[in-house]
Design a protein around this ligand. Structure first.
Ligand code: NAG
Ligand code: NAG
Ligand code: NAG
Ligand code: NAG
Ligand code: NAG
Ligand code: NAG
Ligand code: NAG
Ligand code: NAG
Ligand code: NAG
Ligand code: NAG
Ligand code: NAG
Ligand code: ZN
Length: 650
């Protein structure tokens, strides 16, 4: 009995957030409060209970705020799980439910819409997969017209494969332009000739193949030769070697390769001699092509097939290399990568469409507040920048774009009908996978050469993710510097991060901080160089001449820093969000704790990845830099969350 009492007392005292003083107005700055509906108290109170569940309120927030706010996270969720990963998994689950339901209901109206039927057929072919039969991929490839290495390479290029020999790629150049880029292959990548790839090759060549050991050896020799060739003769490899050529000039420089023919075969069009390309390291290309033209054509071909298979297996979420988990969610994850736009269309139509109008009003509203707050701050010119540079940075603020769900802006149904027109889907997974790659890369090539302004406007209003995009890049909101655009994935626009019904402290606590962080990436130590059109400028050269700026960077750049630009975006984004939200003292006093706790949710359970430090380090560092945090939690000076020395950036 006494123990039970203790437990109850503990629970009672764990209610760290008195809700009676919270600001429950539905919007902080509603344009017209009379038309604003009241926010659901129920949603807000339930969410606050959720926050309390993750807290360890008996700890001292001034010592380690992460522990205070997220200390109980791991006793609720498994290792590796963060709020963002839970959110992403929920989206996968909705696709599974939708597809399963539609397969059971052939009369459902969705079957009449673009994309749905093809996606369902694709999904079925994926679910029906047995054990991997990689030669099925090779069987689907068109036959090259000759055994010349460049023929097969161009055919593989149609599927977005271009990792060896001569690399011809369509890549984004600025906010409104893709370009053809020609480079020597990336000599860091190599083939690991596994048994499963070897067997596929053997069947494909009807057994006319050296044994595995021998073939590995011959491939190894080929790679060693290629590596030497591609290695720059000069050690000054940092030098920018990418240069502008017309197709005609390139043909003159490198006559041993028929560029017109290769482009036609890979990209499906005849390019005029005046077409502009970017070409890297012409001397290395010359040497490489001369060698390949002399080398054993059969060996080059075998190597190409093997590399292609390895590439397909290594694409994110290929269900063939992932046979352990539930096939339904693996298939959905695979489809979200491979069929990005069709999958988004379906999610928009079946789920997100209903909430879009309300979200756009709220989220774009907060985005505009942040932009105007940041513009004001820039105009105060604390660093004392020259007027032209200041104007250029202000133009960046105004040019920043935001896309919710990463859909083309205002696209008609006809747009999606046209888009799906040449996309072929049948009953076989291998064929479907290759056809979907063809479809994506053919679109990209078409975009590069399209002169149709309305087509271009649509395709550059979002970021058309390719099948090779790795997960940690697109699983959370991000800033894309070439497009000068912030992408908010569907996984973000739901609880626990956001709800249209949120009270201001909850709404700004995450949304304004997330938007602020992504906005400030446009001004961080790496991406500040790109202008609002995604064109590289010399802004950081100019900034580094400014002592105040250099001091601010040096303050951030301590021995603990993991990625300097992430830290910069963290602290300046947090500061911007705070300034936008917490202007009145009453707001700070009554809602501050809730605001910071909501901010913490994004970081609970976040582990480090290639770009980011752990959630715990990020949260504590950013908030320790904010005097408002120390004020709200009444932290004594010198405590970890209220350091004597602080850094500021923007
Ligand atoms: C809530 O905040 C808004 C804006 O700061 C303010 O106008 C309003 O009076 C506040 N309401 C309450 C109940 O504190
Ligand atoms: C984008 O790149 C293309 C190709 O280099 C160029 O013609 C265009 O002017 C660039 N756009 C801007 C806004 O600079
Ligand atoms: C190859 O690897 C080296 C060292 O890891 C790296 O510096 C270089 O940028 C890489 N080259 C390419 C083309 O990825
Ligand atoms: C090569 O592939 C095999 C089997 O897939 C794997 O066990 C091995 O670790 C790989 N080796 C390298 C260097 O990637
Ligand atoms: C592979 O072939 C080579 C040459 O024919 C031979 O010496 C070697 O024993 C064979 N290895 C295996 C594992 O069969
Ligand atoms: C090395 O670079 C220098 C200057 O960029 C150039 O003049 C020289 O020809 C290069 N050497 C080779 C072997 O490419
Ligand atoms: C390539 O040339 C075009 C036109 O001459 C120019 O607008 C563009 O900036 C150049 N791009 C690069 C990367 O040099
Ligand atoms: C290059 O290929 C094109 C298209 O296939 C062909 O018309 C042209 O004659 C070829 N040029 C040379 C020099 O072989
Ligand atoms: C989409 O349409 C809305 C309403 O018609 C308009 O306000 C908005 O500017 C359009 N967006 C784009 C990117 O064209
Ligand atoms: C641009 O493309 C759209 C959609 O395909 C088409 O309706 C329109 O006629 C095209 N405009 C021009 C000028 O070709
Ligand atoms: C950050 O510090 C490291 C080590 O002191 C230094 O190499 C690097 O250049 C600094 N970065 C910037 C952007 O100042
Ligand atoms: Zn970031």
């Amino acid at each position: 009995m006494p123990r039970l009492w203790a437990l109850c007392l503990l629970l009672a005292s764990a209610k760290a957030l008195p809700t009676n003083q919270l600001n429950k107005s539905c919007r902080l700055r509603a344009a017209d409060t009379s038309t604003e509906p009241t926010c659901s108290t129920d949603i807000n109170l339930r969410h606050i209970q959720l926050l309390e569940q993750y807290m360890l309120p008996e700890l001292d927030a001034c010592q380690d705020f992460y522990k205070y706010a997220c200390g109980n996270w791991r006793s609720v969720h498994e290792a590796g799980v963060s709020a963002m990963s839970l959110s992403g998994a929920r989206i996968d689950q909705r696709y599974v439910e939708l597809f399963e339901r539609l397969l059971d209901e052939p009369q459902a109206p969705e079957h009449e819409l673009p994309m749905y039927t093809k996606l369902l057929r694709y999904y079925q072919s994926c679910r029906a997969l047995g054990k991997p039969r990689l030669r099925r991929y090779l069987e689907q490839l068109p036959h090259p017209a000759s055994n010349h290495w460049a023929e097969l390479l161009a055919l593989l290029g149609r599927y977005g494969y271009h990792e060896h020999y001569v690399k011809i790629e369509v890549s984004q150049h600025n906010a409104t332009q893709h370009m053809l880029v020609v480079q020597p292959h990336n000599y860091n990548l190599s083939l690991n000739l596994s048994m499963i790839i070897y067997k596929a090759l053997r069947r494909h060549t009807h057994g006319l193949l050296p044994n595995l050991t021998q073939l590995r050896e011959r491939f190894g020799q080929l790679e060693a030769t290629l590596q030497q060739m591609a290695r720059p003769a000069n050690s000054s490899s940092e030098e920018e070697t990418l240069r502008n050529y017309t197709l005609e000039q390139l043909q003159q420089e490198l006559p041993q390769f028929n560029w017109t023919h290769a482009l036609q075969l890979q990209l499906g069009a005849t390019y005029p001699g005046s077409h502009q390309l970017l070409v890297d390291d012409v001397p290395a290309l010359r040497q490489l092509i001369a060698f390949l033209n002399r080398a054993d054509a059969r060996l080059l071909q075998l190597y190409s097939w093997a590399r292609f298979l390895q590439h397909l297996m290594q694409l994110p979420h290929n269900p063939l290399s992932n046979s352990h988990s539930s096939s339904r969610s693996i298939c959905v994850q695979h489809m979200r990568k491979t069929l990005y736009l069709p999958m988004n269309f379906v999610y928009e139509h079946s789920y997100y469409g209903r909430q879009r109008a309300a979200d756009e009003r709220i989220i774009f509203g907060v985005f505009e507040e942040l932009k105007s707050q940041f513009a004001q701050q820039l105009r105060r010119n604390e660093f004392g920048l020259d007027a032209p540079l200041l104007q250029a940075l202000l133009a960046k603020v105004h040019g920043l774009r935001l896309n919710l769900g990463n859909m083309p802006a205002n696209a008609s149904t006809q747009f999606y009908v046209d888009c799906a027109h040449h996309w072929r889907v049948g009953g076989d997974f291998y064929e479907n996978h290759l056809q979907s790659l063809l479809h994506y890369y053919a679109h990209l090539a078409e975009l590069e050469r399209s002169a149709n302004a309305s087509v271009r406007q649509l395709w550059y209003s979002f970021n058309h993710h390719g099948p090779g995009l790795t997960d940690n890049i697109d699983a959370t909101p991000y800033f894309y510097c070439l497009g000068s655009i912030i992408i908010m994935p569907y996984a973000y626009m739901q609880l626990p991060f956001y709800d249209a019904q949120f009270w201001p402290a909850l709404l700004y606590g995450d949304l304004a901080n997330t938007l602020g962080h992504e906005m400030l990436h446009a001004f961080d130590t790496y991406f500040v160089d790109y202008d609002a059109q995604g064109v590289m400028r010399d802004y950081s050269d100019q900034l580094l001449l400014n002592d105040h700026y250099v001091d601010a960077v040096n303050c951030l750049n301590d021995s603990e820093v993991f990625m300097l630009n992430e830290r910069a975006a963290d602290i300046s984004g947090t500061r911007l969000a705070l300034q936008t939200y917490m202007q009145q003292p009453a707001e700070r006093r009554n809602n501050g704790r809730l605001y910071f706790l909501q901010f913490a949710q994004f970081f609970c359970g976040e582990e480090a990845d290639i770009f980011h430090d752990t959630g715990s380090k990020r949260l504590n560092y950013a908030l320790a830099q904010m005097p408002e945090f120390a004020e709200v939690f009444q932290c004594v000076q010198g405590s970890p969350m209220n350091p004597v020395q602080r850094c500021r950036f923007w």
